[in-house]
Ligand binder design. Structure first.
Ligand SMILES: NC(=O)c1ccc[n+]([C@@H]2O[C@H](COP(=O)([O-])OP(=O)(O)OC[C@H]3O[C@@H](n4cnc5c(N)ncnc54)[C@H](O)[C@@H]3O)[C@@H](O)[C@H]2O)c1
Length: 397
């Protein structure tokens, strides 16, 4: 097996794959389409971050490619359906930077409550402003978390440890962590919270869901944070509420349109307003998160190669498999049409193959069946491969 890791992926990924006996080629930059097509000849696994695009043309030419590791959160750079159609499984790292976002949110809540950015810039300007007015502890404050998923629920735990009273609202029915109080509506949360922080996902229905009406419903002199997605908030409305003093401070990490690279121009209606912390989408950007992404995705690639495990794949059915102590394992990705499992089993039965274990899962147009057997004649393999529904057949010995 050969892996190609692009875009300066954390070295832990390389060592995990090498330890699994996989040959690894590491490159620092991204590749364009034609470079990538050349580089993927004879490559089984590819690791990318956000800048390398796995297009339908790349997938068409990458005959040996079996799995893609997106060593990041987003997977928009991959043609996921085309990859699934060719039996190429894709993984990402959806949770690795959760803690980093939580820590930034906590830091920003304290910074805003103490108006630290103002104290800091005054002192840099030579002004000694030792005044307690408008500076508060966060202990006992009511924190309202909107979106109680991976990040929201972990923030809930850490915030409670610091003495905040946590209220949350989620469109799904979520288990309350610790002593957190579930709100039945966003309005209920806005009525009570002194700090409101958004951790909703990027579904299209969330576009502009937090605007003038919601800011008006927030308590006077409360604080606001958005570390989720830029397009969910009306920042003009936030600016108006900051300027009127209704909102006492804001921390914003994500914007509707973000510069592509360092040095590109950035403008926002929130620039230049006191007690507003603006950060360039760095909520999840820590060395710890990068290392965990390297470990998480490389482990997924290794377990797919070694066992056929597709747990948390973003494009193919999920199966979690134990290591196989002996015998042979048939990993069979196929079109999800009625009768495929019966066909697989009748081919095996016709060749006198005894099935020792079998797992099946489906996802949309794709099915994945993994079958453990003691012996497997070549003729049975050829017949399985020749089934019109077969997308990819792989033997794991
Ligand atoms: N700033 C950063 O660097 C950074 C890093 C990682 C993640 N994020 C973003 O943070 C957000 C949360 O990430 P996560 O991993 O916790 O996601 P998640 O999918 O685990 O949780 C999102 C939660 O929001 C809820 N939700 C969706 N729309 C809602 C609405 N309108 N009102 C109330 N609840 C709603 C969902 O039911 C879900 O429980 C995502 O948008 C993600 O892209 C930002």
């Amino acid at each position: 097996m050969k892996a190609l890791l692009l875009e300066s992926i954390h070295p832990l990924a390389e060592s995990i794959l090498r330890d699994a006996g996989i040959e690894v080629d590491v490159r620092t930059g991204a590749l364009d389409e034609s470079e990538l097509i050349d580089a993927l000849r004879g490559v089984d696994l590819v690791g990318i971050r956000s800048k390398t695009e796995i297009t339908p043309a790349v997938l068409d030419k990458a005959a040996d490619l079996k799995a893609i590791g997106a060593f990041c959160i987003g997977t928009n750079q991959i043609s996921l359906d085309d990859a699934a159609g060719k039996g190429v499984v894709a993984f990402n790292a959806p949770f690795s930077n959760t803690r980093s976002v939580v820590e930034l949110a906590i830091a920003e809540i304290i910074m805003m409550a103490r108006r630290l950015t103002e104290k800091d810039s005054s002192l840099h300007d030579g002004v000694w402003d030792k005044n307690a007015k408008g500076s508060h502890e966060i202990r006992g404050r009511r924190l309202g978390i909107v979106g109680y998923g991976n990040i929201g629920s972990q923030l809930s735990v850490v915030a409670e440890m610091l003495g905040l009273q946590v209220y949350f609202y989620d469109t799904d029915d979520k288990l309350a962590m610790g002593n957190a109080h579930r709100c039945d509506s966003l309005d209920e949360l806005l009525e009570v919270a002194e700090v409101v922080t958004l951790h909703v996902d990027g579904r299209s229905g969330n576009a502009g869901f937090f605007g003038a009406e919601q800011f008006a419903k927030m308590r006077p002199r409360s604080l606001f944070l958005n570390l989720s997605r830029g397009f969910v908030v009306d920042y003009e409305a936030l600016r108006d509420n900051l300027q009127s003093g209704h909102i006492a401070g804001a921390a914003v990490d994500v914007f509707p349109s973000e510069p592509k690279k360092r040095g590109d121009a950035f403008t926002s209606p929130l620039q230049g307003i006191p007690n507003v912390i603006l950060t360039p989408h760095i909520g999840g950007s820590t060395e710890e998160a990068q290392e965990d992404i390297g470990r998480f995705v490389a482990t997924k690639l290794r377990d797919y190669v070694d066992r056929g495990t597709t747990t948390l794949s973003v494009n193919l059915p999920s199966l979690t498999l134990e290591a196989r102590p002996g015998g042979r394992r048939i990993s069979h990705l196929h079109l999800n049409t009625p009768g495929v499992l019966a066909k697989v089993n009748s081919i095996l039965a016709a060749h006198g193959v005894n099935i020792e274990g079998q797992l099946l899962n489906t996802r949309g147009e794709n099915g994945y069946v993994v079958t453990d057997v003691a012996e497997l004649p070549d003729a049975a393999v050829e017949e399985l491969r020749a089934m019109p529904e077969t997308i990819r057949l792989r033997l794991i010995d």
